[in-house]
Design a protein around this ligand. Structure first.
Ligand SMILES: [Cu+2]
Length: 604
C-alpha cells in the first residue's frame, strides 16, 4: 500500500530533516511478551507490551538503557530496563511498598538524582516524590522506600519529578482494582499509554526553547509573528494591517511549543511502524485505559469505525458518554469501552494538537493486521476566540506585552459588551481583573480581558469536524460533590507567560521567586484559574482532588489535572485534607521547568 498506510506526513516539504517514517521497531528494553495480570488470555501479545508488576512489594531500579526509537541509539531512562516503565497493578485498600533504587550511571546526561511521583494518588506528603517539596530525592547508588495505603481505584500513572527524566522515558501506568464492583463490564483490558520521544538530550531541548522558542514552528506565520507586530505597531494597527483575522493564517502548530518536528510519538512505547496491537474477539467489550504520559503533547484520539464510551476520567467514574473522539491533555487519563465488530482491525489514532504528527496502533483479531490510518487533520485557521480574544473581539490585552508597559493599553480593538460571559456567575463580572504582579512584568506578554469557561468547547481544531468530540461539559462524576460544603474562600491564579522568552509562571511569578500558596487544613476552597496566555496548560495539583465546577459553580467532575485552553477561566474546589507541601504546576514539562509551578502548603 502507499505511504498513506502510515498516514500522511506533515504538509510542508520544506521542513528539513523531518523523518517521514520513523525507523526501527522500538525494541523497548527487556520487554517480555506478558499480558495484563491476571487473565492468562492476555499472555498472547506482541513484544513491546508493557511488563506488568502486581502485588504489594516492588523493587524498581531506575537506570539508563540504550534505546533505538528512530534509528539512532540514545540513552533512555528506564525502570527495570523497560520503557515505558512497568505497569503497576495494585488493589484499593492494600498497602504497597516500593523500593526505588537509583542505578543511573556516572556521568548520565539525565543527572545523578531521581524520583518517582505517583500521579493522582492520595498519599502522605513524604511519599509524593517531588524533590525539594516531598523529600530530598534519590541520589545515585541510593534507594528510597515508598510505602502508602491505596485509597482509591482506577487508572493512574507514575513518572519522574527530577529534571527532564520524564521526557527520557521514566513514565508508566498504574492500574488500581477497586474494592467495589465497577459500574461497567468488559472482556479485555489494555493500557494505551501515549508519549513523546526525542533523540535530543532533553536539557538541550529546553535550552533551545529558551533561545528559540519558535524553533518547531519557524515555517509558518505564527502567533509569535503576530505578537511581534502587535508589540511594534500596536494591536489595532496589526489587526488592520491584516484586515481580517481569517487572513492571518495562524495555525495551532504554534500552540504547542514542541511538535513532531522534534518528537516521535509513541503508543505503549511503540512507534506507528511497530504497531502496538491489542487483540479482541468480535463482539467483546474492550476497556482501553488511555494515559497521556507525554512531556509536551496534547493528543486527539479516535478509532475510526468505533464509538468510544468514556467511563472514567483521571481514574474516577463518570456517567458514560459516547464519543467519536477526545482530546487528552498531558497527564490526563480516560478509560473508554469499545465494542469492536464487523472488521478484523481498527486503528487507534492519536494526532497531536498542532497537527504535525501522529501515532497509531491497532485493535485486531490477530497479530499482524492493520486498518487504514487516517491522514493527520488539516491545520485549522485560528480564530480570535481560539487565541483567547473572546467571541466578540474582547479577550487579550496586548498592552502588557514584552515591554511591560501598562500605560499604552490599547483597547481600541476590544468589544467589552461581554456577550460571551453569560452564565459565568462567579469570579467574573465584566472585564477581567489581573494581579498586581502581572503589571509591568517583563515575563508577561499578554492578558486576557474576557475569559470564559469554554467547558462545552471541544477545543482548537476539533469543532464542527463531523465527529462527536468529548468536551469537559460532558464529564459528570457518578457521585455528588464528595465534600458537600460550599467553598469558604476563593483563590484566583493567572497562568502567565512570555512566548518569545519561553517564560512561564503563575501571576507573572516564577516558582523560584514565589511564596507557597497556603491552604488551611480541612478547608473547602475554590481555585479559579485564568489563562492569560495563548497556550493550553494542563494544571495539576498534587495530593488533593481538583473538583471541577460548571459555569454556575456547581460540582461537575473530579479530576487531578485541569486543562486550560487559551483565554479560558475555570474553577474547581479543593478540600485541603492533606497536610504538608505539595507541588502545583503546569504538566507541560518545560513550562513547569520554566517556572509555571507553585508549592501548596496545607497547614493546621
Ligand atoms: Cu503550561
Amino acid at each position: 500500500m502507499s505511504s498513506d498506510f502510515f498516514g500522511t506526513p506533515p504538509d510542508d516539504p520544506s521542513k528539513p530533516s523531518r523523518r517521514r517514517f520513523v525507523q526501527g521497531l522500538a525494541a523497548t528494553g527487556a520487554v517480555a511478551g506478558l499480558g495484563l495480570w491476571p487473565r492468562p488470555v492476555w499472555a498472547v501479545k506482541s513484544p513491546g507490551h508493557p511488563v506488568v508488576l502486581s502485588g504489594t512489594q516492588f523493587d524498581l531500579a531506575i537506570g539508563e538503557t540504550p534505546i533505538n526509537i528512530t534509528g539512532r541509539t540514545r540513552p533512555a531512562i528506564t525502570v527495570n530496563g523497560s520503557l515505558p516503565a512497568p505497569v503497576l497493578r495494585w488493589r484499593e485498600g492494600d498497602t504497597v511498598t516500593l523500593r526505588v533504587a537509583n542505578q543511573l550511571p556516572q556521568g548520565s546526561i539525565h543527572g545523578h538524582q531521581t524520583s518517582i511521583h505517583w500521579h493522582g494518588l492520595l498519599l502522605p506528603a513524604n511519599m509524593d516524590g517531588v524533590p525539594g517539596i516531598s523529600f530530598s530525592g534519590i541520589d545515585r547508588g541510593e534507594a528510597y522506600q515508598y510505602q502508602f495505603r491505596i485509597a482509591q481505584g482506577g487508572t493512574y500513572w507514575y513518572h519522574s519529578h527530577s529534571a527532564f527524566q520524564e521526557q527520557a522515558g521514566l513514565y508508566g501506568a498504574i492500574i488500581i482494582d477497586p474494592i467495589a464492583p465497577e459500574p461497567f463490564s468488559y472482556d479485555r483490558d489494555y493500557v494505551v499509554l501515549l508519549s513523546d520521544w526525542t533523540d535530543l538530550d532533553p536539557t538541550a531541548l529546553f535550552a533551545r526553547l529558551k533561545k528559540m522558542s519558535e524553533y518547531d514552528n519557524y515555517y509558518k506565520l505564527t502567533v509569535r509573528d503576530f505578537l511581534r507586530d502587535a508589540k511594534n505597531k500596536g494591536l489595532a494597527a496589526t489587526v488592520a494591517d491584516r484586515r481580517m483575522w481569517g487572513e492571518m493564517r495562524m495555525t495551532p502548530t504554534d500552540l504547542s511549543d514542541v511538535n513532531a518536528n522534534t518528537y516521535t510519538y509513541l503508543m505503549n512505547g511503540e512507534t506507528s511502524l511497530a504497531n502496538w496491537t491489542g487483540l479482541f474477539r468480535s463482539g467483546e467489550k474492550v476497556r482501553l485505559r488511555f494515559i497521556n504520559g507525554s512531556s509536551m503533547t496534547h493528543f486527539d484520539v479516535r478509532i475510526p469505525g468505533l464509538k468510544m464510551t468514556v467511563v472514567a476520567a483521571d481514574g474516577q467514574y463518570v456517567h458514560p458518554v459516547t464519543v467519536d473522539e477526545f482530546r487528552i491533555a498531558t497527564a490526563e487519563t480516560f478509560d473508554v469501552i469499545v465494542e469492536p465488530s464487523g472488521q478484523d482491525a481498527f486503528t487507534i489514532f492519536a494526532q497531536d494538537l498542532g497537527r504535525t504528527g501522529h501515532v497509531a496502533g491497532t485493535l485486531a483479531v490477530r497479530e499482524g493486521l492493520r486498518a487504514p490510518v487516517p491522514a493527520v487533520d488539516p491545520r485549522p485557521i485560528l480564530t480570535m476566540d481560539d487565541m483567547g480574544h473572546g467571541g466578540m473581539g474582547g479577550g487579550h490585552d496586548m498592552a502588557a506585552m514584552a515591554g511591560g508597559s501598562t500605560a499604552a493599553t490599547d483597547h481600541s480593538g476590544h468589544d467589552m459588551s461581554g456577550g460571551s460571559m453569560a452564565g459565568m456567575d462567579h469570579g467574573a463580572g465584566g472585564m477581567q481583573q489581573h494581579p498586581a504582579s502581572e503589571q509591568g512584568n517583563p515575563l508577561v506578554d499578554m492578558q486576557t480581558m474576557m475569559p470564559v469557561p469554554k467547558l462545552s468547547d471541544p477545543g482548537i481544531g476539533l469543532r464542527d469536524n463531523g465527529r462527536k468530540v468529548l468536551a469537559y461539559a460532558d464529564l459528570k462524576s457518578t457521585f455528588a460533590d464528595p465534600d458537600g460544603r460550599d467553598p469558604g474562600r476563593e483563590i484566583e491564579l493567572h497562568l502567565t507567560g512570555h512566548m518569545e522568552k519561553f517564560a512561564w509562571s503563575f501571576d507573572g511569578l516564577k516558582f523560584s521567586s514565589a511564596e507557597p500558596l497556603r491552604l488551611n487544613y480541612g478547608e473547602r476552597m475554590r481555585i479559579v484559574l485564568v489563562n492569560d496566555t495563548m497556550m493550553t496548560h494542563p494544571i495539576h495539583l498534587h495530593g488533593m482532588w481538583s473538583d471541577l465546577e460548571d459555569e454556575q459553580g456547581n460540582f461537575m467532575v473530579r479530576k487531578h489535572t485541569i486543562d486550560m485552553p487559551p483565554g479560558s477561566k475555570r474553577s474547581y474546589r479543593v478540600r485541603a485534607d492533606a497536610l504538608g507541601g505539595w507541588a502545583y504546576h503546569c504538566h507541560l514539562l518545560y513550562h513547569m521547568e520554566a517556572g509555571m509551578m507553585r508549592e501548596v502548603r496545607v497547614e493546621e
